[in-house]
Design a protein around this ligand. Structure first.
Ligand code: GDP
Ligand code: MG
Length: 151
């Protein structure tokens, strides 16, 4: 089982799409291991988007991510990092394929509904950035045989 980070961005809260987006991950069979609403800060975004700090849109991106609280989710499943990333679709909503979350719900490069971790290594780093250890839960699921058939 892998765990991965999803952030529901301010545009998702503003547009009333929180339940809809969480529902898609749940229906796919990904299991919530942690979830919380939080107000992001300049400091956490400097770390989280460090790979973009030289970009012209860095300031706008950070301001938009701080414009309202976000909802941080930890989803768990076999190959969860790649599955969740594929469900999000291409970064720019206008390039994202129909059937992906961005391809179904947005038209923007920046206001693109979700953040998703891009590798298992980064998922571990990002989950530790947004969650305390006690905010990630391990619990029994009775449906794993139906979800995965032990493959
Ligand atoms: P992601 O992993 O698909 O979210 O994409 P990146 O890690 O490359 O970029 C992080 C976030 O920065 C994206 O989700 C967008 O919100 C934003 N972003 C990326 N490229 C652009 C851009 O060209 N313009 C603007 N305004 N925002 C961008
Ligand atoms: Mg990224």
């Amino acid at each position: 089982m892998e765990k991965t980070l999803v952030l529901l961005k301010p545009c998702t809260l503003q547009r009333g799409l929180v339940g809809e987006v969480i529902n898609r991950f749940e229906k796919r069979g990904l299991r919530l291991a942690g979830m919380k609403m939080m107000q992001l800060t300049d400091a956490i975004l400097d770390e989280h988007y460090a790979h973009l700090r030289e970009k012209s849109f860095f300031r706008i991106l950070k301001d938009s991510m701080m414009s309202t609280p976000v909802i941080a989710c930890c989803f768990e499943g076999i190959e969860a990092v790649n599955v969740v990333r594929a469900m999000a679709g291409a970064t720019n909503g206008r390039n994202a394929l129909p059937g992906t979350i961005r391809g179904d719900y947005c038209m923007s490069n920046q206001q693109n509904i979700v953040h998703t971790s891009d590798s298992l290594e980064n998922a571990k780093i990002e989950l530790a950035r947004f969650f305390k250890p006690e905010e990630i839960f391990e619990y029994e699921s009775s449906n794993l045989g139906y979800l995965y058939a032990l493959d």
